[in-house]
Design a protein around this ligand. Sequence first.
Ligand SMILES: CC(C)(COP(=O)(O)OP(=O)(O)OC[C@H]1O[C@@H](n2cnc3c(N)ncnc32)[C@H](O)[C@@H]1OP(=O)(O)O)[C@@H](O)C(=O)NCCC(=O)NCCS
Length: 233
Amino acid sequence: MDFTPITTQQPLPIGQKDGHVQPTELLRRGPVSVRNATESEEDREFIGKLVIEAFERKVVHATSRASLPAMNTIYSNHMRGRPPLFYERHFIAEYNGERAGTCVLHYHGDAELFPDRTEDIPPLSCCDICGLWLLQLGTPKDYPAGKCYLDPICVDEKFRGKGIGKVLLDMAEIDAKKRGCKVIYLLVATTNRAQHLYERQGYHVIEKKSLCCCGYWCMTGEREFARMDKVLD
Ligand SMILES: CC(C)(COP(=O)(O)OP(=O)(O)OC[C@H]1O[C@@H](n2cnc3c(N)ncnc32)[C@H](O)[C@@H]1OP(=O)(O)O)[C@@H](O)C(=O)NCCC(=O)NCCS
């Protein structure tokens, strides 16, 4: 099977504003629009800050509260100097033109295409390195062929409940279908109310995963995850 990526958007540039190339709008629903992330400092910092804030409990569990700024930097560095396809995997939702949410898609072979880089990591304590390593262990990297893995998805607290998460999920489906996937899936802590949103969107729990004793708890601060799949028409 050929996994050559299919182009899902018009080629850039599409327009200029303040001397900057404006990324193409991929989807619009009322005040919510979605586009791909760019390598710009603003986009990288927005995504880094949002992801770390949205998953603060997990990050603090793995490292420490004092390390949150460093974790932010890692995420922002991780998004620097990547090939164009990398930015096609990252989506930013805007609400009336203001950055409000993000989601990231992963396809077969992405772990090799976009490897983690040690140079993205600022100096950290041994405990933090160990915690990050455990967190990584609890994060899937082997994305099966023909399936799209969604992780993370998050919306800035002040914009939640306005339908932005739903629009991001719609965008994810559009992209997954265009890239020939039959299934889109995600992992969600069974205590997370985001499951309601996924159910409404047509995702079903395929299995619940917990490791014996304190397995997932040590890695992520959560005891049980549900794998939820949606079969794409
Ligand atoms: C989950 C999330 C992306 C949804 O974005 P959103 O724009 O608020 O979503 P929508 O307005 O389209 O839909 C509302 C649904 O989102 C979910 N949601 C809203 N606030 C939430 C929160 N603080 N935590 C988790 N889920 C939340 C709920 O399922 C809600 O439906 P409900 O009110 O019937 O329970 C967003 O709430 C978020 O970033 N949460 C924190 C990070 C997270 O838990 N991400 C999911 C990991 S699998």
